[in-house]
Design a protein around this ligand. Structure first.
Ligand SMILES: Cc1cc2nc3c(=O)[nH]c(=O)nc-3n(C[C@H](O)[C@H](O)[C@H](O)COP(=O)(O)O)c2cc1C
Length: 365
């Protein structure tokens, strides 16, 4: 009995290393008995412009569930996962029942769960080999497809898309309010945010960003009079956009619309990301163009601070459609870039396991 509890704690503790938007770890664990655990998911849609309809948080939850299953296999355990009927879009709950299965083969991806992380600095441009492409296509599973954007001219077009999307990101107050909260300054490691050293910016850019980000009016001043978005956009979006092996889009077979579609998408993403890591490659998500495209398509006034934001989101949507085609753009769940290169020297860490215990009086929001 105690053995089961310890094993399940070990599995969940390892699965904490699943990725989440801005490292928010909007999941909590509620042990019901030795072999049953309830996983509570939350989202940040009320205060994070990127968490459109909570879907990025649903993707994170899916990544967590996939990681739990992979981590369980390494402990010779199978796990059944059922969405609790009381779940709502803003608070999905999964009932997990673990079962010992001596015949279970450990999933090789379990070995890289903790190693997998974001690298936001440039990669080499060594193209993917055919065997790598094949492994990556298989990794997204039968319900998803992998769309790869390769070759210099296509990477250049993607870099331009990222450059434009970043201008929108850096000039709306709604995004500034998110950025101001999620960066932990002067550090290489952060348990609940993104350390500044992992942003991929040079020391010079960080020196410029830090005082500017103390207030929105300072950011506006820099943007207006000192071309403040140029340095970060070139360094964090344009150059890395060219300097990689490929950009990728994980697509569902049909346009995703529901919470469960995005949770499934998150599972596919995590299987893909762990495979990238197992192959010795790096990955950086590039999710903002997908979010702006969905805002544009739904005609939603996502940035009241900037009257022209929707028009600029239209341009991002057009560029994305021209780059990958309308079907891929409609079915996209996640986008990013991959390639060979050194591992990052700074990264997000995770909350301690005990801090992820579900407490109804203190839920993340
Ligand atoms: C749904 C989702 C969206 C994300 N979007 C971005 C993004 O647009 N840009 C980026 O650099 N990282 C993005 N990330 C990566 C997270 O910031 C990262 O996973 C988190 O900080 C934990 O760090 P780690 O993955 O290095 O452990 C995203 C992650 C998820 C799950």
């Amino acid at each position: 009995m105690n053995d089961d509890k310890n094993t399940i704690e070990k599995i969940l503790s390892l699965a904490r290393w699943a990725p989440s938007g801005d490292n928010n770890q909007y999941w909590r664990f509620d042990p019901i008995d030795g072999l049953t655990v309830r996983v509570h998911g939350f989202d940040s849609r009320s205060h994070c412009v990127y968490d459109l309809d909570g879907h990025p948080s649903h993707i994170s939850l899916g990544a967590l569930l996939e990681t739990i299953e992979i981590a369980a296999s390494a402990e010779s355990m199978a796990v059944d996962m059922q969405l609790d009927p009381s779940s709502v879009d803003t608070h999905p709950i999964y009932n997990l029942t673990f079962r010992r299965d001596p015949g279970m083969q450990p999933n090789p991806l379990a070995a890289v769960i903790e190693k997998r992380c974001v690298q936001r600095r440039p990669f080499t441009t060594r193209p993917l080999r055919e065997d790598e492409r094949q492994r990556l296509r298989e990794a997204v599973g039968g319900r998803h497809e992998l769309h790869l954007i390769e070759g210099f001219s296509q990477r250049l077009r993607t870099a331009k898309l990222m450059f434009h999307s970043a201008k929108l990101r850096l000039t709306i107050k709604e995004a500034y309010q998110v950025h101001a909260k999620i960066i932990e300054w002067d550090t290489r490691f952060s348990k609940d945010r993104i350390p500044d050293a992992a942003l991929g910016a040079s020391k010079m850019t960080l020196m410029m960003m830090r005082p500017a980000m103390k207030s929105w009016s300072r950011v506006q001043f820099l943007n207006r009079f000192l071309a403040g978005t140029w340095a970060p956009r070139i360094e964090l979006d344009f150059l890395p956009g060219i300097l990689c092996a490929a950009h990728f889009v994980v697509c569902a077979k049909e346009p995703p619309t529901t919470m469960q579609h995005y949770i499934e998408g998150g599972r596919a993403l995590q299987s893909f990301w762990l495979t990238v890591t197992l192959l010795g490659l790096n990955l950086q998500p590039e999710v903002t163009p997908l979010v702006f495209t969905r805002y544009a398509r739904q005609r939603r006034n996502f940035a009241p601070s900037a009257p022209d934001a929707l028009r600029r989101a239209d341009r991002v949507a057009e560029r994305l459609g021209d780059l990958v085609g309308q079907r891929v753009s409609d079915c996209a769940v996640f986008m990013g870039r991959i390639g060979e290169g050194p591992a990052p020297t700074a990264r997000s860490l995770r909350l301690d396991f005990k801090d992820l215990a579900h407490d109804p009086a203190n839920e993340p929001h």
